[in-house]
Design a protein around this ligand. Structure first.
Ligand code: HXC
Length: 259
């Protein structure tokens, strides 16, 4: 069977590309297993400091694979079949290193949820974001009702989930769903550029900041502030903190060791 997930590195950036054009990158179990295995491998690889997850110019991903789901009948069967599949979206949310989604074309259903499970999104002008599951008789199941609502608020999230309304790239930018919108020719290079910019920073500080920002989405303000404070203090045990502050006064660029 042909490879449907491509894995490469560009310096200290790991790049994973979903390549299933005949089904608009529909996220089958196999695709999601390969995506999480590749990203998980980069997360453990000390030479990699940031990652990019991309699809194709026509589709980031048009959702979970409907062919996999159409014959499931009954909640117990659904629970058994889908719980494992859904755990792959959860796994992406748990990665320690930053992941940038490079989105172009359709980011629908599980595809929209996959992009939102990443840390940042660079979108092409042709991107669409939506949760159209209601149109096929179900609802979002890989985090969409939660993540989208936290980003765009209740009113619009309701409309999107209850009618299948899609956001254009420009709307997604105005609402804070994506970090930037660029011409289709450059969405991938812009995503890589952002990943390289992050990869050049001290890795322990980057990972601590990522964990702390993610914590904000999941906790009360007081609990989040405590988490942030503890992470901040721990960075004073690192050589990168010593080097960063020393280099500031020596008016030179710091040399990060990740220690
Ligand atoms: C399986 C899919 C697919 C999907 C597209 N295809 N989306 N196959 N699962 N999610 C296939 C089509 O069957 C078709 O195959 C080929 O890709 C091209 O699609 P077309 O429909 O011909 O293209 P177009 O007319 O341009 O329409 C594009 C589209 C439409 C608007 C994106 O394909 C569409 O509505 N797709 C489904 C979107 C969706 O409902 N996503 C949510 C899925 S549920 P053939 O063989 O005919 O060429 C979900 C739940 C998440 O994500 C929970 C996690 C488990």
């Amino acid at each position: 069977m042909a490879q449907e997930v491509l894995v490469e590195t560009d310096g200290s950036v790991g790049i994973v590309t979903i390549d299933r054009p005949q089904a608009l990158n529909a996220l089958s179990l196999r695709v999601m297993e390969d995506v999480t295995a590749a990203l998980g491998g980069f997360d453990l690889n000390p030479a990699i400091h940031a990652m990019v997850l991309a699809g194709s110019p026509r589709a980031f991903a048009a959702g979970a694979d409907i062919a996999d789901m159409k014959s499931i009948s009954g909640a117990p069967a659904a629970d058994k079949a889908l719980a494992h599949h859904l755990s792959h979206w959860d796994a992406i949310g748990l990665l320690k290193k930053p992941v940038i989604a490079a989105v172009s074309g359709f980011a629908l259903g599980g595809g929209c949820e996959l992009a939102m499970a990443c840390d940042m999104i660079v979108a092409s002008e042709t991107s669409f974001f939506g949760q159209p599951e209601v149109l096929i008789g179900v609802m979002a199941g890989a985090g969409g009702t939660q993540r989208l609502t936290k980003i765009v608020g209740k009113a619009l999230s309701m409309e999107m989930h209850l009618t299948g309304r899609r956001l254009t790239a420009r709307e997604a930018l105005a609402l804070g769903v994506v970090n930037r919108v660029v011409p289709i020719e450059s969405y991938l290079s812009e995503a890589k550029k952002l990943a390289h910019q992050i990869a050049a920073q001290p890795p322990l500080a980057v990972q601590a900041a990522k964990a702390s920002v993610r914590h904000a989405l999941d906790s009360s303000l007081s609990e989040g502030l405590l988490f942030e404070r503890q992470s901040f203090f721990r960075l004073f045990d690192t050589q990168d903190q010593k080097e960063g502050m020393k280099a500031f006064f020596e008016k030179r660029k710091p040399i990060w060791t990740g220690q």
